[in-house]
Write a protein that binds this ligand. Structure first.
Ligand code: CTP
Length: 417
């Protein structure tokens, strides 16, 4: 059975790209303000310092006390706030920020921003911010009719044209009882959008295809052969590649993980299903990363009915070899012409460098990522050894999320040459 590098990591604060960032979190009026409380907490947990600014309308939905407690800082609600020595909160706050995120951004607030309105602190601050240094990100939230209205759509298009990042919205049941587009994105989605916002777009224009997780080879309708891969490393790489600007397709074996934001996911069970999914997708990919722990063999024939004990003895299983997905793609015309950059994984138990180099040559890939299998399966961190024709580079033990970002950066460097 193959055991490729896997398993898990999602989000230690020390490895977050938000650590140390100074954010202004602005709240305009809307029932989605309740989600801003959780978002604030998540941002602080990710290591950001969060200065909350609220409009009067926002303070109708959630109190500044709540936001102060969660952000650990007094909340600003008025441009006449006398706490500022120069009485210029709009200038001081916007000069100190790495970005301003308005969540929720109401229809009215966006309309005001569009026209350069500045009759309260939050819009005044957005207008007064140094355009080049302090990006403005809006998370719209409103009733579906308000969202679909041509005025709102026109305003959002113009705000984008003016350089503002206007995020998408969620779909579903709304507080008003109607169902449709316009809900504010969930706090975890906003956190992910913000992390992507700050990530250098080293893979812009690339299409990354990945495999992740174990495969499951059926013996009969209720039994099968699988392995301990959790898929966390592959999922972390998919997430890191999306943050770096790539279009990402993830072909996943049976795992209990949610799909990273922005990633297109195709679920498969067996190694042959994985190959059938991957092969056509590879035609549109520019990078293939084989992080899955693909079974090398499958039972020659899965029994159509459960194999019963009362048949006596133990069943004789015959095996046939599965397609080697990585080796097949590495030998494809697309990879040979340089249009598809292939990255393999190797989970070894000892002599990592020698085994990884041998496997890299055997599979015919320019880059192979080695790790010690028993030390990583089921864990949230890992240590990697990258081997290529020049030699090797060790990426020391860290969260799989951080390692995924480092791996993506190394792949991007190689594509530049
Ligand atoms: N792989 C694949 N298809 C397979 C088997 C493996 O794509 N049928 C990929 C894995 O995703 C991984 C790499 O090949 O990127 C190495 O897998 P591994 O199982 O370690 O390699 P094997 O060639 O099976 O070698 P071993 O004898 O060590 O199991």
């Amino acid at each position: 059975m193959s055991h490729s590098a896997q398993d898990g990591a999602t989000g230690a604060s020390s490895s977050s790209i938000l650590a140390g960032r100074r954010l202004v979190l602005g709240l305009s009026g809307g029932i989605a303000c309740y989600k801003a409380a959780e978002l604030c907490r998540a941002l602080v947990k990710a290591g950001a310092s969060v200065q909350v600014v609220m409009t009067d309308a926002a303070a109708q939905f959630i109190t500044p006390v709540t936001m102060q407690a969660l952000s650990g800082r007094p909340v600003y609600t008025s441009q006449w706030d006398a706490r500022e020595g120069n009485n210029m909160a709009h200038i001081n706050l916007s000069r100190e920020a790495d970005a301003i995120l308005v969540a929720p951004a109401s229809a009215d607030f966006m309309a005001k921003l569009l026209h350069g309105g500045a009759d309260e602190l939050l819009s005044l601050m957005c207008l007064a911010r140094p355009l080049e240094q302090v990006p403005l990100i809006l998370a719209p939230a409103m009733n579906r009719e308000m969202y679909a209205h041509p005025a709102t759509q026109r305003n959002m298009a113009q705000l984008r044209a003016d350089g503002t990042t206007v995020l998408g919205v969620g779909t579903g049941e709304q507080a008003c009882g109607e169902t449709g587009d316009g809900r504010m994105l969930e706090p975890e989605d906003l956190l992910e959008e913000l992390q992507a916002f700050f990530t250098p777009k080293t893979l812009r224009g690339q299409h990354v295809l990945l495999t992740a997780g174990p495969t499951y080879e059926a013996i009969d309708p209720v039994r099968g052969i699988t392995n301990l891969s959790s898929g966390k490393m592959g999922f972390a790489i998919a997430q890191a590649a999306w943050r770096a600007g790539a279009e990402v397709t993830l072909v996943a074996g049976p795992v209990a993980l949610s799909t990273p934001r922005g990633v297109r996911r195709v679920d498969v069970k067996s190694a042959e299903q994985m190959w059938r999914a991957v092969e056509p997708l590879a035609a549109g990919a520019s990078i293939f990363i084989a992080a899955a722990a693909v079974a090398d063999w499958r039972p020659a024939q899965a029994a159509p009915q459960k194999i019963k004990k009362d048949a006596g003895g133990s069943p004789e299983l015959q095996f046939v070899e599965n397609t080697d997905i990585l080796a097949s793609l590495a030998q494809s015309a697309r990879a040979r012409s340089g249009a598809l950059f292939c990255v393999g994984f190797a989970a070894e138990s000892h002599d990592l460098e020698a085994h990884a180099q041998a496997k890299r040559l055997r599979k015919g890939v320019p880059l192979l990522v080695g790790n010690i299998g028993p030390a990583t399966f089921g864990q949230d961190d890992n240590a990697l050894l990258l081997v290529d024709e020049q030699g090797s580079e060790a990426l020391p033990r860290a969260s799989k999320q951080l390692l995924a970002a480092q791996l993506v950066a190394r792949i991007a460097q190689r594509l530049k040459h």
